[in-house]
Design a protein around this ligand. Structure first.
Ligand SMILES: CC(C)(COP(=O)(O)OP(=O)(O)OC[C@H]1O[C@@H](n2cnc3c(N)ncnc32)[C@H](O)[C@@H]1OP(=O)(O)O)[C@@H](O)C(=O)NCCC(=O)NCCS
Length: 168
């Protein structure tokens, strides 16, 4: 029997091409038909390997999850950006390649991200998700998040509602 090792660690610049790939696949999978095609393509193209390498070097915290040596997903974390919410930490993004969704890896990455933020002394956590991204809403509600606020993001003139989930 083969044992697949699951590893969660900080991203290094050499991970940039694989993260760009995960980003592209996961965003197409999650947002096609929700975010207008042109806006989505632009957002994906902007974040190629060079963009990710520089994000990693600039000390943005990017975590990656690997299974059997293959990069399956990433999360970006840091301080909460929404002044109206008192929680101090935020998971900005949490994305898995489509073929690795639904097998528990998102929960593992989420819990590691939360631990890291707590270890930095940041109390409480916020995550925003688009309201039309039903899978993400179910995931965050299932992980015990309370939806406490709403906002709007505009993509090529299409306004989409977003929801903030918090954990204390
Ligand atoms: C959302 C995401 C991170 C969840 O990670 P995951 O590994 O697929 O989720 P898990 O296997 O750990 O599932 C945890 C729980 O969430 C639920 N869940 C996850 N995805 C779901 C979906 N699409 N629809 C309904 N429930 C879902 C699972 O049923 C599971 O519940 P259980 O513990 O009662 O069985 C991942 O599916 C993903 O990357 N999706 C696309 C990108 C995305 O939407 N990211 C979030 C942007 S804010």
């Amino acid at each position: 029997m083969n044992t697949l090792t699951i590893d969660i660690r900080k991203a290094e610049p050499r991970d940039a091409p694989a993260i760009a790939d995960v980003h592209q696949e996961a965003w197409r999978g999650a947002y096609s038909g929700i975010i207008p095609y042109r806006a989505l393509t632009k957002m994906i193209n902007r974040r190629g390997p060079d963009w990710w390498a520089s994000a990693i070097r600039r000390a943005a915290t990017v975590l990656v999850i690997e299974i059997g040596g293959k990069l399956a997903g990433y999360a970006t974390i840091g301080r909460n950006r929404a002044r109206e919410l008192p929680q101090q930490g935020e998971i900005y993004e949490l994305y898995l390649r489509p073929e690795y969704q639904g097998i528990g890896l998102g929960s593992r990455l989420f819990s590691e991200a939360r631990k890291k933020l707590a270890a930095w002394g940041l109390r409480g956590l916020v995550v925003w998700a688009l309201e039309e991204n039903g899978g993400a809403l179910a995931f965050y509600a299932g992980a015990g998040g309370r939806d406490v606020a709403e906002g709007v993001e505009v993509f090529d003139q299409k306004a989409l509602k977003k929801v903030a989930f918090v954990w204390e």
